[in-house]
Write a protein that binds this ligand. Structure first.
Ligand SMILES: [Ca+2]
Ligand SMILES: [Ca+2]
Length: 156
């Protein structure tokens, strides 16, 4: 089929092609380890250093979350960006069971927008190698809520 951009019907076809998610940029592999907190012993999640007032909790159905109970202390995973190039990274996380304060993720020292409601949030950050950590940042508050599905991937 030959498409002519001057033809309205053809332009709709062309526009739909370019807004097709299949043509969106790809993502690199997952850089966060145990971002769903499934691995751990009791209240202690593997690969994360829990701050004061923060514990791994069984949220039911075999799903674990990181529960922040009225805290402003951070929970950290180090060396996430070790060997990673500068560039754009897609950060996402889910807040549930929210009751107070705001929460954000700092990836390589760059912070996402602080969020103060239940939801799944996705944001691209520009990583310039400030540090190698991913920080679950109980930003203002104290923050109370459950965090899950923390993900950082390079936008390719
Ligand atoms: Ca989980
Ligand atoms: Ca831990």
């Amino acid at each position: 089929m030959r498409l002519d951009f001057r033809n309205l019907k053809d332009r709709a076809i062309i526009d739909s092609h370019y807004s097709n998610p299949g043509s969106a940029p790809g993502l690199g592999s997952e850089l966060v380890t145990n971002g769903d907190f499934s691995s751990g012993t009791g209240t202690d999640a593997d690969d994360w250093t829990e701050g004061t007032g923060t514990t791994r909790v069984d949220a039911g159905g075999g799903s674990y979350v990181m529960r922040f109970a009225a805290t402003i202390d951070n929970t950290t995973q180090v060396n996430v960006f070790l060997g990673q190039p500068h560039g754009t990274y897609r950060v996402s996380f889910t807040i549930s069971n929210y009751s107070a304060g705001t929460f954000r993720v700092r990836a390589g020292g760059i912070a996402t927008t602080a969020q103060g409601a239940n939801g799944t949030y996705t944001e691209d950050i520009s990583f310039a190698g400030a540090n190698n950590s991913v920080v679950l940042d109980a930003y203002t508050g104290p923050f109370s809520g459950d965090v899950d599905n923390v993900s950082v991937k390079q936008v390719l």
